[in-house]
Unconditional design. Structure first.
Ligand SMILES: Cc1cc2nc3c(=O)[nH]c(=O)nc-3n(C[C@H](O)[C@H](O)[C@H](O)COP(=O)(O)OP(=O)(O)OC[C@H]3O[C@@H](n4cnc5c(N)ncnc54)[C@H](O)[C@@H]3O)c2cc1C
Length: 283
């Protein structure tokens, strides 16, 4: 048996799984929160399945979320005019990024799957998690030089959002006061995950955990564990392959090929048509 195959026993049969590395980037202050329970469930389940799990617990680490001059150790390539993207790209090439960024980059490099676990803040990720993205996704390392989307440097890795909300599911349906969750997720899943190359898995969403019964929450935790048991076999969400863009736009040939289809290719590349009502929620 290959070294990285794990044997597990389930339902009376022995089967083999590939051992994988998982990084969970976790953004909640309180271990007793439902996010804390989801984190522990993920670690426990994935480790029991033989995977290796690393956690970046951003508040506990006091992770600095603000991009700045101190992200580069030593002198700058251009002292008179600070351009963060170019300076960090050059520091990455020269090994002069600050240590806290380097450590997170190494975790990201090792990971086959990255799970972002967080409570929804202002329809997006909490600032500390946004800052992790801002500082760790350095140009050259995570994107750039024509390497984007399906060609992004992180291609081959799986990425997913697992988050809780304050508002109920009804507030996020297609008639809901907060707007359709399918639409709200385009910037995060396309802009933050697909842009750098991830195969994006369907999001795991818990609407209003504070307003459901304890039994419901326990059931949600069980279901999360069951999903994680097969997370490496799941199909990913559909995005347009990067090769279909010419000078940053969909090629005429691709657009023509879409003309008879009912739905747009994606929410973002909507070509003025209806888009799939579940494209950001299900494969
Ligand atoms: C700055 C800010 C911005 C926000 N913006 C938004 C927004 O844009 N949209 C929105 O919808 N909401 C928003 N919210 C609300 C926020 O998203 C929710 O409060 C949060 O997602 C709830 O998750 P939690 O883990 O904090 O829940 P908690 O309140 O910690 O947990 C819910 C319940 O689960 C229980 N629990 C914990 N562990 C277990 C366990 N093992 N088994 C069973 N039960 C357990 C807890 O005891 C608690 O009763 C915002 C909040 C803030 C502070």
């Amino acid at each position: 048996m290959a070294k990285n195959l794990i044997q597990s026993f389930e339902s009376g049969r022995v089967y083999s799984k590939q051992q994988k590395n998982v990084l969970i980037v976790y953004a909640h202050h309180e271990p007793k929160s439902f996010n804390g329970a989801l984190l522990r469930k993920a670690v426990e389940t994935l480790e029991a399945d033989g995977h290796s799990v690393e956690v970046s617990d951003l508040y506990a680490m006091h992770f600095d979320p603000v991009c700045g001059r101190t992200d580069i150790v030593g002198s700058l390539r251009e002292e008179g005019f600070f351009k963060y993207q170019m300076e960090t790209k050059s520091a990455w090439e020269n090994g002069t990024l600050s240590d806290d960024i380097k450590v997170e980059m190494e975790k990201l490099k090792r990971a086959d799957l990255v799970i972002f676990q967080f409570p929804l803040y202002w329809f997006t990720v909490p600032a500390i998690l946004k800052g992790w993205i801002d500082r760790v996704y350095v140009m050259g390392f995570a994107y750039g030089m024509g390497k984007l989307y399906s060609d992004g440097p992180l291609k081959g890795k799986r990425g997913m959002l697992s988050f809780t909300t304050g508002g109920p599911g009804a507030a996020y349906c297609d008639a809901g006061m907060n707007g359709d969750m399918n639409v709200l997720l385009w910037p995060l899943q396309n802009g933050m995950l697909r842009f750098v190359g991830f195969d994006v898995l369907a999001p795991q969403i818990y609407y209003a955990p504070a307003h459901v019964s304890d039994d419901d929450r326990k059931q949600w935790l069980d279901d999360w564990g069951k999903r994680l048991n097969n997370i490496f076999e799941e199909p990913s969400l559909k995005f347009v392959d990067f090769s279909n863009f010419t000078n940053t736009k969909l090629s005429d040939k691709y657009v023509e090929g879409e003309s008879s289809k009912q739905y747009a290719p994606t929410i973002g590349q909507n070509l003025g048509k209806l888009f799939s009502p579940t494209g950001m929620l299900k494969p």
